[in-house]
Design a protein around this ligand. Structure first.
Ligand code: NAI
Length: 398
């Protein structure tokens, strides 16, 4: 069987297993030639380990100097009569193969991180493979819903708060710029988004680990956030997602207070805006991403998830006597994105960008390719015309 990209709006319906493997190998090669992580953690739990920032963090910590063993939790789809399975499924498989080849432990737990079953599996895996203790927990879930426990779900809604906001999205299927108007969220939608994407579940996970005496001396935990420049605020920071991120920041402070009593610490880590499976959904963010990619690539300081994570662990979180934070105690990996000279150029571009010129003015090619790469397509070194042996692929397990 041949596998071709099949895009439905902003969702990829297919993934190429060997493209995913190539992408993992490219990321491993990058961290191996980068500034190494010194005094890094050895036993790491990653919630949301199969794509985006979580996967990049896992690769950086395993191959970028720390030589960490990892337990990765993710919610991915294996092969079935509906298709070959999700990119994250194959990322889990091929990451584990490479980690084991380097003598590292890599455990994949595929299931709902909001469920007590997965919590139990993680605690058991920490006992079995990590001698009962973990040095770092990375909270990198990007989910659309969270079970309430009574058969119903909280569903996140990416909407403004208070006012209707208009913005453009790039439809990746038709490659067109689509203007849309987003009505303000209802109180229920605000609350639901906070329940799904806020800090509550991060705190629950860390509490669980503290209570089961599974955190080591110098334990750290991080969760990822986004703030962005003012132009994105109506839809992001001042909207439902931003409300959830502010909640996550508060969770970092209360966790830090709790952990400081046992020598640990917690940081909300503000990352750069990037094309990931989750971010292409955010209405209004795409034009900004197109302009940002163009400007940062021209300047030679564009980063993808892997560059962000290697820099986070080698320059900021480990090997320093003090972790550098801003006056709100946030760890800023969006420092290069928010430099005023970068933002001035981005705003100039955005002011000129419209439905007719976005491919030329913005880095549409880079944006589109990043999206293809997430799903194992558009990677150099892969012969996409080659037929795949599905039976052999279906034998693989994360
Ligand atoms: P992603 O979609 O690439 O990865 C999300 C991960 O969460 C995947 O491993 C997925 O399997 C896992 N997951 C989702 N629901 C799950 C569940 N119920 N149980 C277990 N695993 C589950 O997303 P991305 O972009 O890497 O996002 C991670 C975090 O980074 C999010 O909190 C996001 O807000 C934040 N962030 C993203 C930025 C961006 O531009 N993409 C910028 C700054 C922060």
């Amino acid at each position: 069987m041949h596998i071709q990209p099949l895009i439905d709006g902003v969702i990829a319906r297919t993934a190429h297993p060997f493209g995913c493997q190539q992408s993992i190998d490219n990321q491993i090669a990058y961290v191996k030639r980068s500034k190494p992580i010194k005094q890094g953690p050895k036993r790491v739990l990653i919630l949301g380990a199969s794509s985006g920032f979580g996967l990049a963090a896992r690769i950086a910590l395993t191959f970028g100097g720390a030589e960490a063993d990892t337990i990765g939790v993710s919610y991915e789809r294996g092969p079935s009569d509906k298709g070959v399975g999700s990119a994250g499924w194959y990322n889990n498989i091929f990451f584990k193969q490479r980690a084991q080849q380097d003598g590292r432990i890599a455990i994949n737990i595929v299931g709902d991180a909001f469920s007590s079953q997965v919590q139990e599996q993680v605690i058991e895996a920490i006992e079995t493979y990590f001698e009962g203790e973990v040095d770092l927990v990375i909270y990198s879930l990007a989910s659309a819903m969270r079970p309430k426990g009574d058969g119903n779900f909280w569903r996140s809604a990416i909407k403004p708060i208070g006012n209707t906001v208009s913005g453009a999205t790039i439809n990746l299927e038709t490659q067109q710029w689509v203007e849309s108007e987003l009505p303000p969220a209802t109180e229920d939608e605000i609350e639901a988004t906070l329940k799904v994407m806020g800090g509550e579940v991060w705190e629950q996970w860390v509490d669980l680990l503290i209570n089961s005496e599974s955190v080591s001396d110098n334990f750290k935990t991080i969760a990822f956030s986004y703030i962005g420049p003012e132009v994105t605020h109506p839809l992001y920071l001042d909207g439902t997602l931003g409300r959830a991120k502010v909640d996550l920041h508060q969770a970092s402070h209360s966790l830090n207070l709790k952990l400081s009593q046992i020598g640990g610490s917690a940081y909300a880590t503000v990352c750069k805006a990037l094309v990931t499976k989750a971010s292409v959904f955010i209405p209004g963010l795409s034009p900004y991403l197109l302009a940002l990619y163009r400007v940062m690539k021209n300047r030679g300081n564009h980063e993808e998830c892997i560059e962000q994570m290697q820099r986070l662990f080698s320059d900021k979180l480990y090997g320093q006597s003090v972790v550098p934070v801003d006056n709100e105690r946030l760890l800023r990996m969006d420092d290069w994105e928010l430099e005023s000279s970068v933002q001035n150029e981005v705003m100039d571009l955005l002011a000129q960008m419209d439905a007719n010129n976005f491919k030329r003015l913005g880095d549409f090619e880079g944006y589109y390719n990043s999206f293809l790469n997430l799903n194992g397509f558009g990677l150099e070194g892969i012969d996409y015309s080659k037929k795949l042996d599905l039976a052999a692929l279906y034998e693989l397990n994360p």
